[in-house]
Structure formats: C-alpha cells, structure tokens
Design a protein around this ligand. Structure first.
Ligand code: GLU
Length: 549
C-alpha cells in the first residue's frame, strides 16, 4: 500500500491540497521590511499584564514598519478553555488601547483575508497539511495507548535513557502501511506523529531576536502532531498557521524556546520559510514575602488587565509602563523627550531585558505623571468614560455640572509643575468629593482641625473672614494680604519666619488660620491650593459651609 493510499484512507474528506491553500493565502503585498505579527493567546482564563507584554510589542512593530498585526485564538486545548475566554482577550486588548488589523474582533466576528483566525475553525486546513506529510512519508499514525507510552517511559527511566518517542522507542514508526490500514479500518484510535529525521547529536543554531544566537540539539522526537481526537497540537498549528497567515515575526514566551528545533524541522519538511523568532522572558512579580515569582492566572487577580482598568489607569499610562518593561532605553528616551508621543519611540529587540519585573509603584508614578499632563477637559472626558462604567453615581455628578467638574480637575494643573495627586481615575473622587455639593451635603463629615481646635475661636475667625476679608474678585496677592491681616488680628504671625523668630509673641502663624478655613470648607487639613478651592466654591457656598459648623 502506498503512502498516498494510506493518506486517502486517513483523510477521506480532504479535497484540497496545500498548493490550494498557498494560492488562497498568498504572500502579503507589503512594503519591504514590514512586520506581520500576531498575538496568539489561548482562551484559558484571565488576561494579566504579563500576558500583554508580547501583545504590546506585536502591536508596535507593524506600526513602525507599515505591517500587519492580527489576533489569532489558539483554542486547541479545550480542556483548559474557560467561558468568555475570547471576550476576555478582546476586552483586555481594548482596555490597553491597542488595536489590530485582522483576526478575531469578538466571539462571533472575524476580519481579514487570512482566516479563520480561531484554530478550532481550521480543522480542514490542518487535515490537508497532515495528509501531505503522510503522503510524503514524513508522518505516520501511532496506535500506542497511554499504558504503552508509560511503560516505555518507565523503561527509559530505569535504563537512564533519554525520555521520549524516538529511534528504537518509536514503536509505530516502522509498522507497514497494510498493518496501519488494517488497524485504522478496525477503528483503533491513533495519533499522527512526525517521522523525525533529526539527529540528536547534531546541533542546530538559530538566531533569536531577543536571546541572540541559540543552540540546541536537533529534534529527533516523533512528536504528536494531531491528537487522537483529530485536534492538532501547538507545534503543528503554529507552523501551519504562521505560514499561511504569512507571519514574519513570532513573539512568544521563552517557555517555547526549547521547542524551536521541532518547529524548524516542521517548517523544513514543508519547505516553508522560517519566521523570525523572539522569545520574551516571563514577567515576574515580587510577592508579599519578597519572593520573585511568575504572575499566576489564579492567584493574582490584582494583576489582570481588567483590574487595572477598573481602578482607572489611563491606557496611555499602561502603554507607557509596558514600554519601560519592553525596552531598557525607554526611560532615558522619555526623560530626554518628555512631551513626545509614545508612537515616536522606536522599539528595538536589542534593548529587551531578560528578566522583566512588574513594578506597581513605578506604574503608579508613570500614571500620576500622565494624568498630570492631561488638559482638564481631556481628563474630564476620560474620567467620564471611566465613571460611566465603574462609578455611575460619580458619573451623574460629573455630568450635572460640567464646568464645575472641569474647574475642579483644573486645580493646580495649568502650571509648570502640575500636581500629581491622581494615579488613576478612581483616586479622583477620593481627592475631590468635597468640591461637589452632592457629596459634601451627604457624607458623614470628620473635620480635621489641627492647632486651632476650639470651635468658638474657629467660628469667630471664620465669620469674620467671610464677612470682612473674603471677596471673590481678589487676585491671589490681595487674597493673601487679607489672610495676613486676619492672622494678625487674631494673634497669629503673618509668616512662618516671623513666628519662628519670636514664637512667644504669637498663638501660632498664618498656616493655622489657613488650615481653619481649609478644614471648614473641605473637612481636610491637606488639600490643593486653597485660593483656587475658594474661588471655585464661591462666597455663598463658603458661607453656607461655615454656617454648618
Ligand atoms: N497559544 C500560545 C500560548 O498561549 C501562544 C504561543 C505563541 O504565541 O505562539 O502560550
């Protein structure tokens, strides 16, 4: 029986050839040097920030080279699949503000000429490619069951032989085609294995864009390519898909590095051009015991993209932060170019670090900086979008008085060094609630009185202040002069310096007076610029708040 006859028996439904697919998915018509990259996650759970580093770089490279970025869903391991897995992935990419040209746009939506982009929809293609290997004697059906494989493994362990299905241990490799056909017709389950021609004693050397020159023994394992349920394994699907989708650059976790010899062998068997490989270190975190470890999909829910989005980290901050992990020279570039857009930074493989660490404190700093640079009206729009999703009540308050909201967000913003109070949108209400009547009127108030804490003295100073010293028209200098006069009147030094020179002559100094006014209108002893706060509140509201005491 010829290989061709065996292949026809194994794949009675395959009508196309691999040449048909070559024509269906031709070389892409792109400028010289354009990168075609893909994000190829498995829909197996939450998407955390560690998963997104490769996606971020895969998005960046085609931008730099006028290439194509697409999303492929690798759902060949159906046991590990979770409900809404695809939705989680698409949402996470959107939450990071990343876009892609082709691929899976939603659970039921795919876009592009190189699909289907979900592996479970590609069975006909995999069958055609597997059939080709059988026809050409480069793969064979294997009937070994789990017990037989286990027995081989035991034997290898006992004799200290290398573990695996190769050479003399590859039992089904030399069965003749008549016998194979007989067993198939009998209905025996089988996998399809690569008939490896590699030599373990020879080295294979390849260039990884991140790791540099890498060398491994050639593959000599007759790897399973198609499982007994007809579903391909990762290695096979990777080669077929990345070839047909015309991927030029394969970025993935370094846990795949040692599989490259298998992939190279498969690419060579088909006569396909190899893509460029870039294996990225897995992002680690330092846990509460100070131990460095991988981010866990199960335990570390605080690291999911969704969790950062819920807290309201702006997408620019998340991207900016990922770039600091992606390229070690980015922070220096950013320092030299504080106002340039991230798009202007050129990513380079040579600057990828080997052991990336997720540092939340750094993300917070970056995010504070990003938010401080937003124009108040842009911050308002971003905050509104966030609140619409995560804090409806605040959303309503913000919509009700847009001018007030923007004025509040603008406090200490239009200056050389804007304030950096907010790391994320969810911080904003905590820092500004007292500026909104809806909250000031309803919240349980705890006044943070400080040095001046006698309520009679407090009321005396405040009433005098609002009746005789405060005018909405005053500019900042006039306002401050009046604060000095008020301080003097009640026995407080006009400046800290004056107070320090002769502390016995005063009850305190001007900051004590300012604190009384500050606490009366905000309940807080520490706030941004008091002059701006008072100006936004206006005389009537200040008076109302004083009278509440
Ligand atoms: N589906 C693989 C994973 O989740 C992707 C590896 C790749 O990008 O090729 O690890």
């Amino acid at each position: 029986m010829t290989n061709k006859e065996l292949a026809d028996l194994m794949f009675p439904n395959v009508t196309k050839t691999i040449e048909d697919y070559e024509k269906e998915y031709p070389e892409r018509n792109l400028p010289e040097g354009a990168v075609v990259s893909r994000y190829a996650p498995s829909p197996t759970g939450f998407v955390h920030m560690g998963n997104m580093l490769s996606c971020f770089i895969e998005n960046k490279l085609p931008q730099q080279t006028k290439g194509v970025f697409y999303l492929r869903i690798e759902d060949t391991d159906q046991k590990r699949e979770v409900e809404s897995g695809i939705e989680n992935i698409v949402n996470a990419i959107n939450m990071l503000g990343l876009t892609y040209h082709e691929g899976v746009m939603g659970t039921d939506v795919q876009k592009g000429d190189y699909g289907p982009y979900i592996q479970s929809h590609r069975k006909e293609i995999y069958d055609t490619f597997a059939k080709y290997l059988i026809e050409n004697g480069m793969a064979y059906p294997c009937f070994c069951n789990a017990e037989e494989l286990e027995a081989t493994r035991e034997k290898q362990k006992n004799t200290k032989a290398r573990i695996g299905y190769y050479g003399q241990y590859a039992k089904c490799r030399n069965i003749d085609n008549e016998e194979r056909a007989r067993r198939i017709k009998e209905g025996q389950p089988y996998t399809i294995r690569l008939k490896s021609t590699g030599n373990y004693n020879r080295k294979i050397v390849f260039k990884d864009l991140v790791k540099g020159k890498v060398s491994f023994p050639e593959n000599d394992q007759d790897m399973v390519l198609i499982k007994s349920d007809g579903i391909p394994v990762y290695h096979f699907a990777h080669v077929v898909d990345d070839h047909l989708m015309r991927t030029t650059h394969v970025l993935r976790g370094e846990d795949w590095l040692s599989s490259v010899p298998v992939h190279i062998e498969l690419f060579q068997k088909f006569g396909f051009k190899l893509p460029q490989y870039a294996h990225l270190g897995l992002i680690m975190i330092i846990d509460s015991n100070g131990v460095k470890r991988k981010i866990s999909k199960r335990k570390d829910q605080d690291f999911t993209v969704e969790s950062f989005h819920r807290r309201g980290f702006p997408t620019v901050a998340l991207q900016e932060y990922l770039m600091t992990i992606a390229n070690s020279n980015f922070e220096g570039w950013r320092m030299a170019n504080p106002d340039k857009s991230l798009d202007e930074f050129e990513f380079s493989f040579s600057k990828v670090g080997s052991c990336p660490l997720f540092d939340t404190a750094k993300l917070i700093n970056i995010s504070k900086n990003c938010i401080s640079k937003m124009k108040a009206s842009d911050l308002y729009d971003n905050l509104l979008n966030w609140a619409n999703e995560y804090d409806k009540d605040f959303y309503d308050v913000l919509v009700k008085d847009k001018d007030l909201s923007i004025a509040v967000l603008n406090i200490e913003r239009e200056q050389k060094k804007p304030r950096k109070d907010y790391a994320c949108y969810s911080d904003i209400k905590t820092h500004t609630w007292y500026m909104f009547e809806e909250y000031f009127g309803t919240y349980e108030k705890q006044y943070e009185w400080s040095n001046i804490n006698d309520i009679n003295e407090i009321k005396l100073i405040l009433n005098d202040y609002i009746d005789n010293y405060y005018s909405a028209e005053d500019d900042k200098d006039t306002w401050f002069d009046k604060m000095k006069q008020l301080s003097k009147k009640y026995g407080y030094a006009e400046s800290i310096k004056e107070y320090k020179e002769s502390p016995d002559n005063f009850k305190g100094n001007i900051t004590d007076i300012a604190t009384v006014i500050r606490v009366a209108v905000t309940t807080r002893s520490m706030t941004p610029d008091l002059y701006e706060i008072l100006k936004i509140l206006g005389k009537d509201k200040i008076k109302e708040r004083i009278q509440l005491l």
